[in-house]
Design a protein around this ligand. Structure first.
Ligand code: DGJ
Length: 747
């Protein structure tokens, strides 16, 4: 039984993990344990009842019961616990003291949906759920804490719901989706930070007393901090040791924080950012928080990542592409930017088709009068000067070439220079009487207003249903400023940011319902909204506008901590690279892009014939191995130490693996380099491309796999006296791909 209730104590468990909490003497919930699976008889050893000098106590003559010291499940502020609370409510008199006491609970197979919000889902054999109901009699309101534990990944998903049973308004000032008190603070916090074109770089810091946090208040989950953090022990590596991962299934403002208190307890919490948030619960209304996914691994960071990957591939992504390899696409953005017409598009598409590409994506610039980024967002009708046969005509010509057709939209935006803005200037988010700030020359539409969402839906519906569109790239290129709703009353103004993202989710849901076979790719100036919330609607995301292979090593390594390779948009682009002006070989660019959805973002016609041939081979290679790459188990073998990266994917049956090794800068006279492979079957014998003979899995994992010999300088005399040229394994920015296959001998 994955969830038990005995002696007032709840124990959520599967084969690997235990999560335990109890009903305390004050009828609130106390947290007891989260980690490796354990058996437990009673709570004495786990419940830390002890008196501390000057700590407030709940009961007279029982100094041991102090909320300042006790570990709690969903802590409140104001009754003895001075740490940040999981929630804060205010009643109509302005009072903020609460007391939610245990009333009842229910345990059931499977998992319930959360209407209007993205969420993980599960069949009755995949997960078991627990709902604990608490009640505050003075407030006359109910709090339900909701947990689901998954059978095959070490994931526990949490959310909470408040119900106002009273006859007066109640204001939610703060509502985290989860809170967990850990016994100590001997952890390092891993987070994914960055900015445009350098998203999700991995940073690690030792926990310190006080609060350490990541957050977004921009309206998107953001490129600055991904809504993810992990706590790992100092000795935890990629493949061993304990780590806890926390990921928010949400795409708007968020807060993830760890607070280390004066008794060394680390309180973690994650939820909607309380800054600029408040929700007015009118009588009879309820509010459901978004979900947080919590994973536990004692197999290091790769173990954590694999759990996230499996959970998101099996229990978050939806639609026909959930279990399907993704089409190899070509996107015209870096090939043409805004300057294209039907002929130039067809030239790119037909050449690409000849090389094996499967999907053509027409990016920004096909609508209104858009020839640069100053106009037309919101006017989602085709520009007949550029495309005389419209989207329908172009799509059918692309289809005639044997390619699927995909189209770019930026649904949440409007330019001042657009018909939409002329007709509905009030639909752009603004605060009356104040300046409207620009971002990329555009305004954000007020998606908290259902009328705006419906209008955009109707306009998009017309275009999408007019042609055979099989893929949509949904872009979002600026953050929200002057947040304000013209519809909401004063007491609901701080609901704006959450209502905005609910509007985005609503439009996604309507579109995927109307067009269930379209593959959606989310994008926000690259990877500024790459989060689990988006993956519920769009099973892939444009990882970054930065297509430079070297920068992508960092970005894709960081992204892979949480998100599966099948969700990572990765393209080969032209050189010099458009974001950093770096030149890398076509081989290097493809070897990095293989570890994702794979595609091209350049004009293949401008490539020399030999390079076109190389592209053809790359596409063949990827088609042969994409099932393995997109649905196998991913390992990070090296993350930039000594300028080396290596990635590996192993099929679930361990019969096949692919290894990518990347060198950033060449090292003079380097040490002999070996890397320990992971995930292989120790007893299988593997063949390896570019190598003679076979190797046992255990040798490759424990003795290691030797890289191609790096250039040592010893051949310089030959190389530079015209006798030969440096090989591809020489110089900066080099890479190798190896395919390993088990030789299974008949019994
Ligand atoms: C930002 C995206 O990330 C790019 O890929 C491209 O679609 C541009 N927007 C188009 O404006």
């Amino acid at each position: 039984m994955p969830i038990t209730y005995e002696n007032n104590t709840f124990h959520l468990t599967n084969n690997e993990v235990s999560y335990i909490f109890t009903i305390l003497e004050n009828k609130q919930l106390g947290h007891l344990y989260y980690g490796k699976k354990i058996k437990t008889k009673n709570t004495d050893n786990m419940l830390q009842l002890r008196s501390c000098v000057l700590a407030p106590s709940t009961f007279l003559n029982n100094l041991d019961f102090s909320l300042e010291v006790l570990k709690q499940e969903y802590p409140a502020y104001g009754t003895g616990d001075y740490r940040d609370p999981a929630f804060q409510l205010r009643n109509s008199e302005g009072n903020r003291i609460t007391n939610f006491e245990y009333v009842s609970h229910c345990i059931y197979d499977g998992k319930k949906d959360i209407p209007g919000l993205p969420h993980t889902y599960a069949s009755s054999s995949e997960a078991t759920s627990l709902e604990v109901t608490l009640y505050d009699s003075l407030l006359d309101s109910t709090l339900i804490l909701i947990y689901s534990i998954f059978e095959h990944t070490n994931s526990i998903v949490r959310s909470a719901r408040f119900i106002n049973n009273s006859k007066k308004d109640i204001f939610i000032e703060r509502m985290m989706s989860c809170s967990v008190d850990f016994y100590d603070y001997d952890y390092e916090m891993i987070q994914l930070d960055g900015a445009w074109a350098r998203e999700r770089h991995i940073h690690t810091r030792k926990l310190q007393y006080g609060i350490q946090s990541i957050a977004s208040t921009r309206g998107t989950s953001s490129a600055m901090h991904n809504p993810f953090f992990a706590l790992k022990r100092t000795h935890t590596t990629e493949n061993s040791g304990e780590v806890y991962g926390f990921n928010f299934v949400y795409s708007g403002n968020f807060l993830g924080q760890v607070q280390v208190d004066n008794y060394d307890v680390s309180r973690i919490m994650m939820g909607i950012h309380p800054f600029e948030f408040e929700w007015c619960l009118e009588p009879g209304e309820s509010f459901h928080s978004p979900e947080v996914v919590m994973t536990y691994s004692d197999q290091g960071l790769s173990g954590m990542s694999q759990q996230f990957h499996d959970l998101y591939r099996n229990n978050l992504m939806r639609g026909p592409y959930k279990d399907k390899t993704r089409p190899i696409l070509i996107n015209n953005w870096e090939a043409t930017y805004f300057q294209f017409n039907e002929e130039s598009i067809l030239n790119i598409a037909s050449k690409a088709k000849g090389l094996g590409v499967e999907l053509f994506v027409l990016d920004d610039g096909w609508f209104g009068k858009r020839n640069d980024d100053t106009s037309s967002l919101g006017d989602w009708y085709e520009n007949l000067e550029k495309l005389p046969n419209g989207i329908k005509g172009l799509a059918s010509k692309i289809n005639d070439l044997g390619l699927k057709f995909g189209l770019w939209f930026e649904p949440e935006m409007v330019n001042e220079a657009s018909n939409l803005y002329l007709e509905h200037p009030q639909w752009a988010i603004h605060s009356p009487g104040r300046n409207r700030s620009y971002g990329r020359n555009q305004f954000v539409l007020d998606f908290s207003n259902p009328e705006v969402v419906e209008h955009i839906y109707q306009t998009m519906y017309q275009t999408i249903s007019s042609a055979n569109i099989e893929y949509i790239k949904w872009d979002m290129n600026r953050n929200i400023t002057e947040a304000c709703s013209l519809l909401l009353p004063a007491k609901k103004q701080k609901e704006f940011f959450h209502r905005y993202i609910l509007g985005v989710y609503h439009l996604y849901e309507k579109l995927i319902t109307a067009f269930p076979n379209i593959l959606f790719e989310s994008c926000a100036s690259g990877g500024a909204r790459f989060d689990a919330g988006m993956l519920y609607y769009a099973p892939q995301a444009w990882t970054s506008d930065d297509t430079d292979a070297i920068e992508r090593l960092k970005i894709q390594t960081g992204t892979s901590l949480v998100y599966p390779l099948v969700s990572m948009g990765s393209h080969v682009s032209g050189i010099p690279n458009h974001q950093v002006s770096r030149k890398t070989s076509l081989d290097m660019r493809a070897n990095v892009a293989y570890f994702g959805t794979f595609g091209y973002e350049l004009d293949v016609n401008r490539m020399p014939i030999e390079e076109q041939e190389e592209v053809r081979k790359q596409i063949c290679f990827f088609k042969e191995h994409r099932e393995l790459i997109q649905f196998g188990d991913f390992y990070r073998l090296e993350k930039g130490e000594r300028d080396l990266y290596s990635w590996m994917v192993v099929s679930k049956d361990k019969k096949k693996a692919i290894l990518g090794c990347y060198k950033v800068l060449a090292t003079p006279n380097p040490a002999l380099k070996k890397v320990s492979l992971q995930g292989l079957h120790p007893d299988y014998e593997y063949s390896c491309t570019n190598r003679k003979g076979t190797y046992y899995g255990d040798e490759l994992m424990h003795c290691g796999f030797q890289y191609e010999i790096q250039y040592t300088g010893s051949r310089a005399a030959d190389n530079y006296q015209g006798q030969c040229h440096p090989g591809i394994d020489e110089g900066d920015f080099n890479s190798y791909i190896y395919v390993l296959e088990a030789i299974i001998k008949d019994a």
